[in-house]
Design a protein around this ligand. Structure first.
Ligand code: NAD
Length: 261
């Protein structure tokens, strides 16, 4: 089990979005594993990503590692079905997936092409709806779903562009999903809004280095967050510690979002 306290003992869940050991999904996975959870993972359907995810997930005893591109409903359905077959009813699902083309993250927002806008929305926002839809028959009563978001949903952040629009849709989806799934099976749905952390995805946002320099000058804690802090708050939102919390956007950003100047 590791350094945890067994908070997730007997719990099992599936994690979408590990690409490497910098991935926020991986930091959440580490906390869940250390606290006793059994885990399944997806990888993008190509040999390089499969190898990367296997290298990380096999040593922590992953119960299954399956290909899944979230822009394909059939792949989502198959992954979650296989997770249920292998592990039994799922107690949690982590959705830590986003994509926008390099063009969309570097050109002015008004220049976003229709195709780039729709692709970003599909992979970064609709995929949460699809994941909930296909997970529902396999979720245990009282299960928890967690997605990852960023403050670019509610404020203009330079270069975040279409991804900010996607995150607004994602956060709104969290509220609708929470209302419906809470009534259906007491399922909780929350979003964790992380401050900037260097990962494969964030490297695609032009000027990301400037963001990392800027946060400590304004954030109440006068620093950037560490990825492990996303892991710890993710554990809280997926565990019984947050049993009364749903439909929330929970900021883990050293307090940056509360500062108005
Ligand atoms: P990451 O690159 O490690 O993770 C993004 C994941 O999305 C990767 O595993 C990638 O394979 C996956 N993905 C992309 N397209 C996919 C598709 N079509 N099908 C399946 N998977 C696909 O980067 P990350 O920063 O850990 O991102 C995880 C989440 O955290 C994203 O939603 C991101 O927007 C969010 N987030 C990141 C930061 C940050 O600063 N890093 C801040 C706030 C929120």
């Amino acid at each position: 089990m590791g350094q945890g306290n067994g908070l997730m003992q007997g719990k099992r869940g599936f994690i979408f979005g590990v690409a490497n050991d910098h991935s926020l999904a991986w930091h959440i996975a580490e906390q869940l594993h250390q606290n006793g959870a059994a885990l399944g993972f997806n990888h993008l359907p190509n040999p390089k990503m499969e190898r990367r995810v296997r290298e990380l997930a096999e040593p922590i005893g992953a119960k299954l590692i399956v290909p899944c591109d979230v822009s394909d409903d059939e792949q989502i359905r198959a992954a979650l079905h296989q997770a249920r077959e292998t592990m039994g009813p799922l107690d949690f699902v982590v959705h830590a997936v986003a994509f926008a083309s390099r063009d969309a993250l570097s050109k002015p927002f008004y220049a976003t092409s229709r195709a780039d806008f729709l692709q970003a929305m599909d992979i970064s926002a609709y995929s949460l709806v699809a994941v909930c839809q296909h997970a529902l028959p396999h979720l245990a009563e009282g299960a928890a779903i967690l997605t990852l978001t960023y403050m670019g949903s509610v404020k203009m952040i330079p270069s975040y562009n279409v991804m900010g629009v996607c995150k607004a849709a994602l956060e709104s989806s969290v509220r609708y999903l929470a209302a419906e799934l809470g009534r259906e099976k007491k399922i909780r749905v929350n979003a964790l809004s992380a401050g900037p952390v260097r990962t494969l995805s964030s490297a695609g946002v032009s000027g990301f280095g400037k963001m990392l320099e800027h946060y400590p000058t304004k954030a109440p804690l006068a620093r950037n967050i560490e990825a492990a802090e996303v892991g710890k708050s993710g554990l809280y939102l997926l565990s019984d510690l947050s049993s009364g919390v749903t439909g929330e956007v929970h900021y883990v950003d050293a307090g940056y979002n509360v500062v108005g100047w």
